[in-house]
Design a protein around this ligand. Structure first.
Ligand code: I3P
Length: 123
């Protein structure tokens, strides 16, 4: 039973606190509001939680789910005064800026998300 349950757990590639600002929702521009989010990369989604405790099975614990299939990721230096900012645009027209002060952390996340986009988009 334990292994049966594990089959339904998403495969987690990375998890870390990152600064996130959702700047548009379904093509509609939103006010930029940075928030530190517990960010979890699975095999096809980016899960955004307000805090780490919410990663448990609590209903409604997920603050936002970014579908990576068909998404686009790019560095977005011009969209913020902050350093190491990259943008994810989903295939439904939502835009997220993601930032961390560590350039190696930002590079690691950008590469991992790009790989996830590529693998979840081709099948
Ligand atoms: C925004 C806030 C953001 C800032 C943004 C401001 O002000 O200071 O942190 O983005 O700049 O407009 P407010 O809280 O009043 O909405 P960065 O930190 O990414 O620079 P922007 O308008 O140039 O995007």
């Amino acid at each position: 039973l334990v292994s049966g349950v594990a089959l339904f757990e998403p495969l987690v590639e990375l998890k870390e606190h990152l600064n996130v600002a959702k700047i548009s929702e379904s093509g509609k521009k939103q006010r930029k509001n940075w928030a530190l989010m517990w960010t979890v990369l699975t095999s096809d989604q980016l899960l955004l939680y307000k805090d780490k405790q919410e990663t448990s099975q609590k209903p409604g614990g997920k603050t936002d789910v970014v579908q990576l299939c068909g998404a686009v990721i790019e560095w977005a230096k011009e969209k913020s005064s902050r350093k190491n900012v990259f943008q994810i645009t989903t295939n439904t027209g939502s835009e997220y800026l993601i930032q961390t002060d560590s350039s190696s952390t930002a590079n690691k996340w950008c590469d991992a998300i790009r790989k996830t986009i590529n693998s979840s988009t081709k099948d």
